[in-house]
Design a protein around this ligand. Structure first.
Ligand code: ATP
Length: 365
């Protein structure tokens, strides 16, 4: 049974449409990330699932039960939806110890003291914060406070955990650590996680599926690597991946039904579409997407260019190459010793190109 289902959900604020006719089915045990640029409707969607925002239209089901319907008027209270929330500003109670913060929800539920003790110890251990049980929040680092907040949310055992940018207050290193913790927690608890972020890398690394939104519209809902390799349109292709995908305006023609020849000035690509029988019109505007890792700097390369810039980061170097005014980005593992202006040759060994219609910007191959 699907854990969370949104059917034709729309949310308007006055005349502005924040979420437009969204249909989404999140299966039991998934880690779904709502991803997209600022203002695309991520938080509004999460808040509607939680019951903190009332949809203008549509239906929401949790575990098979209708928790909201604009038709029938059903609108179940947030505290009756069996979901836990973790928001960006996860204020812990400053006058309570870590132990008390975690135990609070269970005391409210009138659990017996001995049972609370077992549960809190389990969570302290799960979040690796055993040693801080007697400290107050002000005596903890940001990352430690974050873990207490997660433990507090998990304490009552919600089957669904809704999180809105919970790592945004942390520095880069802690964020990385907490991502690992969240992924581990997801596996260990078996709960369904729904997570809001505008950080594509966070979404790529954490999720079982990404729900990518733009202007309130669903663009694509698929596992991260499918979104990366088979983006539904140019917006999706450009939003995921760092450095960004390379885009070239190309002219194309069908060599045969399984092969398309694409040209951009002196560059030529033979492309096998994922779906066979794609036909290209002679005057069709086309955009070709090539991921940076699919461009190889290679002495035997077929295309000649000049080094435009190099950005080394230790583990990898981002190299930009100028080919008669078109700048392409490649990623090279480790260090390189190219000088700006130096000649370079490129090859495109992959067959993992993406082809978009220049007008609709939809993936056509
Ligand atoms: P961010 O990443 O910046 O948090 P988001 O994708 O979470 O953005 P939402 O907060 O869901 O976006 O907002 C979606 C749209 O709805 C935005 O245009 C926003 O201005 C609008 N909006 C959200 N809440 C309200 C509100 N209470 N009243 C009016 N407009 C709102």
């Amino acid at each position: 049974m699907p854990e969370i289902k949104l059917v034709n959900v729309t949310k308007r604020f006055g005349k502005a449409v924040a979420v437009d006719n969204l249909n989404l089915t999140i299966e039991d045990g998934e880690f779904v990330t709502l991803l997209g640029p600022s203002g695309c409707g991520k938080t509004t969607t999460l808040r509607m699932i939680a019951g903190l925002e009332t949809p203008s239209e549509g239906e929401i089901y949790i575990d098979g039960e209708c928790v909201f319907s604009s038709e029938t008027g059903v609108d179940i209270n947030p505290d009756k939806r069996n979901v836990g929330f973790l928001f960006q500003n996860y204020a812990l109670w400053p006058h309570m110890t870590v132990y008390k913060n975690i135990a609070f929800g269970l005391e409210n539920m009138k659990w017996e003291k001995s049972r609370i003790e077992v549960r809190v110890k389990e969570l302290l251990h799960l979040l690796r914060i055993d040693e801080f049980a007697d400290r107050y929040p002000s005596e903890l680092s940001g990352g430690q406070q974050q873990r207490v907040a997660i433990a507090r949310t998990l304490a009552t055992g919600p089957k669904i955990l809704l999180m809105d940018e919970p790592l945004s207050n942390l520095d880069a290193k802690l964020r990385m650590e907490m991502r690992t913790e969240l992924k581990r927690l997801h596996v260990e608890t078996g709960s369904t996680f729904v997570y809001v972020t505008h950080d594509q890398l966070e979404a790529m690394t954490l999720s079982t599926k990404i729900c990518l939104l733009k202007d309130g519209f669903l663009q694509q809902f698929q596992p991260p690597l499918d979104i990366y390799r088979y983006p539904a349109n140019f917006f999706v292709a450009d939003f995921v991946g760092s450095p960004n995908i390379n885009i070239l305006k190309v002219k194309g023609s069908n060599v045969n039904l399984d092969e398309i020849k694409l040209t951009h000035e002196k560059m030529e690509f033979l492309f096998e579409p994922v779906s066979s029988s794609v036909t290209i019109q002679a005057d069709q505007e086309l955009l070709l997407g090539i991921r940076p890792e699919d461009i190889v700097l290679d002495e035997k390369g077929v295309v000649e260019g000049k080094i435009y810039s190099t950005l080394p980061s230790g583990m990898e170097t981002i190299v930009k190459i100028d080919i008669d005014g078109s700048i392409l980005t490649s990623v090279v593992f480790g260090d390189v010793d190219f000088a700006v202006g130096e000649e370079a040759r490129l090859s495109f060994p992959g067959d993992r190109y993406v082809l978009f219609d220049g007008k609709t910007t939809k993936n056509i191959a």
